[in-house]
Design a binder for this molecule. Structure first.
Ligand SMILES: NC(=O)c1ccc[n+]([C@@H]2O[C@H](COP(=O)([O-])OP(=O)(O)OC[C@H]3O[C@@H](n4cnc5c(N)ncnc54)[C@H](OP(=O)(O)O)[C@@H]3O)[C@@H](O)[C@H]2O)c1
Length: 157
């Protein structure tokens, strides 16, 4: 996988500040956001293998006010994401097709969702986490992604 290291935050999302609420006013692109550690893992026991506050802040900043598409497994183990609309794919929720019709701004995982949608995304935002935990979920195959890659690096706390 070719990685392009850039700090260009160039967001597809224009935010309008209304009181304290950040609202997406335009979004034509669909983006993927993934955090991966030095060992190539993205998950362990249905959670993130690390504790990186800086990356959580980064995730919050990019996704606030947006529509997020998430797999059932990740959804059921993640905290409430305030200020964001969450579209869940899985039994009892949406099919992938139904979820995509709702025009999510961000694909936020997990692995199966990334693999099913990576070819549809215009941008891939990867955080490389300074952590070497051996997890149980590796970063998905990204060879079908052909858009723009944006890489950020963060240290764990
Ligand atoms: N590092 C990161 O950036 C990051 C981000 C998110 C998640 N994660 C990690 O990733 C791991 C979870 O990944 P995962 O692959 O096990 O779970 P997942 O993608 O979050 O969810 C899988 C479930 O979502 C539904 N689903 C996914 N793709 C589907 C499709 N194409 N069509 C229909 N349903 C679909 C299915 O639900 P049903 O079983 O109900 O049919 C499937 O069992 C966790 O460890 C989590 O912490 C890491």
């Amino acid at each position: 996988m070719e990685l392009v290291d850039t700090h260009d935050l160039g967001s597809c999302v224009e935010r309008r500040e209304s009181s304290s609420l950040s609202i997406c006013t335009k979004t034509k692109k669909m983006k993927t956001i993934i955090a991966v550690n030095k060992a190539g893992y993205i998950g362990k026991n249905d959670k993130l293998p690390w504790n990186c506050k800086e990356d959580l802040k980064h995730f919050k900043k990019l996704t606030m006010g947006c529509k997020l598409l998430v797999g059932r497994t990740t959804y059921e183990s993640m905290p409430l994401l305030k200020g964001r609309e969450v579209i869940v794919v899985g039994k009892g929720y949406n099919t992938l097709e139904q979820a995509l019709e709702k025009k999510p701004d961000w694909i936020i995982g997990g692995k199966r969702i990334y693999e099913s949608t990576i070819h549809l995304c215009d941008e891939l935002h990867i955080s490389e986490i300074n952590d070497e935990t051996i997890g149980d979920t590796k970063i998905p195959e990204l060879k079908n992604f052909s858009g723009k890659k944006i890489i950020y690096k963060f240290d764990t706390d």
